[in-house]
Design a protein around this ligand. Structure first.
Ligand code: ZN
Length: 176
């Protein structure tokens, strides 16, 4: 296994952990001179925080590990293309190199929707996309397929209960 693949697998393990906790599975690690100094996974539901993305958590942990907001020597590995918020944090942290797995056509800020890293910001990172892309996309696909199966079962259950109740119990719409 090469180096890029090795670290992306560490990020994937964190994405799987997110999925198991009912979060959209995205994982991230930050590597400095061959050592992982930051780990993060999506915790948006757990924290009910808009900012609780995998990259934000990994950057915060890396900042604490080196005692600096500057991460210019570090490399970031994330399973999903960074969104504008995280791409902005990557620029602010001056991270030198970014590896991402799956493309994000909905929120991606590294080519999916737009590409912040080609704009004339100082300290733009080098970018390698598509590392273990298929596996990174598959973990997301499985999560959303599971979610759909669950919600349609739930919906079926609700419809059956509704049908079983006597008509006079039912509230007219808007009066419950
Ligand atoms: Zn993000």
């Amino acid at each position: 296994m090469d180096r890029e693949e090795y670290y992306m697998r560490q990020a994937l393990a964190l994405a799987e952990e997110a999925a198991a906790a009912g979060e959209v599975p995205v994982g991230c690690v930050i590597v400095l001179r061959g050592k992982i100094i930051g780990r993060g996974r999506n915790r948006r539901e757990e924290k009910q925080s808009t900012a609780a993305h995998a990259e934000m958590e990994a950057i915060a942990e890396a900042n604490a590990a080196v005692g600096s907001w500057r991460l210019s020597e570090a490399e970031l590995y994330v399973t999903l293309e960074p969104c504008p918020m995280c791409a902005g944090a990557i620029l602010n942290a001056r991270i030198g190199r970014v590896y991402y797995g799956a493309r994000d056509a909905a929120m991606g800020a590294v080519g999916g929707v737009l590409n912040l890293f080609v704009e004339p910001f100082p300290n733009r990172p080098a970018v390698v996309g598509g590392v273990l892309a298929e596996e990174c996309a598959a973990v997301l696909r499985r999560f959303f397929e599971g979610l759909r199966a669950y919600t349609s079962e739930e919906a079926d259950g609700v419809r059956k209960q509704e049908a079983a109740r006597p008509a006079e119990d039912r509230q007219p719409p808007g009066e419950c």
